[in-house]
Ligand binder design. Structure first.
Ligand SMILES: *Cc1c(COP(=O)(O)O)cnc(C)c1O
Length: 448
């Protein structure tokens, strides 16, 4: 797996202090006096360098990275080609504001997005700074184009932290608690959650779609709905892959009723799931797509891509922002897209899934606390429950995560019940680190 990639950082796990080490702990003390506790950190080791499949901290520890900064550094952290293009751009100009005096790289990123997102219809794109901003703009455009107010979202969904996207997000703690009142005209529907569907995973997709469609029709009225906003695989909600047939049935219902289908591909996008975009798996073609995270190797960039007839409706000046499509971020995005193609990273994501899923299933055989193994490509997860039940076990989940962290494996948790361990390695991770990370996870379960 490593053959086409050269890494400047040694691709090894190396522990030279306890985790976090003394310099990290010192920085954590400083932080406490400067940063409010509302901003959390999964693992307070302070980073010195990162690349390939490792994160190196200020104490000299080298950790295996199963997080990619939350599905962002798909092409590897500080990917040399990304760095080079950003460096060159920084020497030319760092900002003009595309709304003041435009530049080519912004247009090139939009052309690329129009080409690679699902569907071969005529498209337009524009650029913003964060996933939340992209989702929020997609909703603005959908309301404008349809003249309708209502927005439909789903149980366990996550769409960001601004007023509107926090409202679209399902989970109260920590995302919404105390931050209301929320934005109006947002309606939540059941999601096809195979593991927890009462009649089992096989029936889940069609039954959940029928329920959602019935509720939309009866409770809102399809003619009042501007858009359905959905993650094709849920991220923060716990990597829930909707039951087969759910997404196509919803997309079909939307098409028949003039409702715009907005795919939030912020976490699933850019080769992560083994397709460039997760919607492709069931052949769903969204009207609008929100992208961010994996788009630019960590430089702040996000995009809305949509049908030209919808996007072109909005009046001149109705869309934009000071930093949207920053030239450094655009150069990074162009390099990321080249790297995905050059390294055939969709195939690599599939390969990562082929390695991880069987081992996670074997682990679940030995540990009845693992109730479900799921995901696609390099976006996989396990859901932890009390053995013999489906009762969530968030305590065990954080204990396993802690043991992994202490052993030098960076893993993230997720899920409405906080009982999901999710795995998002960089797509360029060398295979020996992938296997070593899995061994650490297995040992953490044996010890917990
Ligand atoms: C992370 C995320 C967002 C929000 O993106 P930010 O860049 O943090 O604003 C929206 N939707 C999904 C699915 C995400 O995973």
């Amino acid at each position: 797996m490593t053959s086409e990639h050269t890494f400047t950082l040694k691709q090894e796990r190396r522990l030279v202090t306890e985790i976090p080490g003394p310099r990290s702990r010192e920085l954590q003390r400083r932080r406490t006096g400067a940063v409010p506790p509302g901003v959390g950190s999964v693992l307070p080791v302070y980073v010195a360098e990162a690349g390939g499949g490792v994160v190196v901290d200020v104490d000299g520890n080298s950790l295996i990275d199963f997080g990619s900064g939350i599905a962002v550094t798909n092409v590897g952290n500080a990917n040399p080609r990304v760095v080079e293009r950003v460096r060159e751009q920084a020497g030319r100009f760092t900002h003009t504001c595309f709304m003041v005096t435009p530049y080519e790289s912004y247009v090139a990123v939009c052309e690329a997005l129009n080409r690679i997102t699902p569907g071969d219809h005529d498209k337009r794109s524009f650029l913003v700074n964060s996933g939340a901003e992209a989702v929020e703009n997609a909703v603005k455009i959908a309301r404008y184009a349809t003249g309708r107010p209502a927005v439909v979202v789903f149980d366990h969904g996550y769409h960001g932290r601004t007023l509107l996207t926090m409202t679209l997000t399902a989970k109260n703690m920590p995302y919404k608690h105390g931050f209301g009142p929320y934005a109006p005209e947002v309606y939540r529907m059941p999601l096809a959650y195979p593991y927890r569907w009462p009649t089992g995973p096989d029936e889940c997709g069609p039954q959940a779609a029928a329920q959602a469609i019935d509720q939309i029709t009866k409770q809102i009225g399809a003619e009042n709905v501007a858009a359905v906003v959905i993650e094709p695989i849920q991220g923060e909600g716990g990597f829930i892959v909707p039951g087969r047939g759910f997404l196509p049935a919803l997309a079909e219902f939307c098409r028949a009723n003039g409702i715009l289908f907005i795919a939030d591909e912020v976490q699933t996008g850019f080769a992560r799931t083994g397709d460039l975009f997760a919607c492709e798996h069931e052949g769903v073609v969204p009207d609008l797509v929100a992208t961010a995270k994996g788009i630019a190797g960590g430089l702040p960039l996000a995009a809305v891509t949509g049908r030209a007839d919808i996007m072109d409706k909005v009046h001149p000046g109705g869309l934009g922002g000071t930093y949207g499509g920053n030239p450094l971020a655009c150069e990074a995005a162009l390099a990321v897209l080249e790297e995905i193609e050059r390294g055939d990273l969709t195939a690599r994501a599939r390969r990562i899934g082929e390695i991880m899923l069987p081992r996670l299933r074997a682990l679940a055989e030995r540990h009845p606390s693992i109730g479900d193994v799921r995901g696609r490509g390099a976006m996989t997860a396990i859901e932890l429950v009390r053995p013999g039940t489906k009762d969530p076990d968030p305590g065990l989940t954080s204990e396993v995560a802690r043991r992994c962290h202490e052993a030098g494996l960076l893993v993230l948790t997720a899920g409405t019940y906080g009982n999901v361990l999710r795995f998002l390695p960089p797509l360029v991770i060398p295979e020996h680190l992938l296997n070593e990370g899995l061994e650490i996870l297995e040992r953490a379960f044996d010890a917990a």
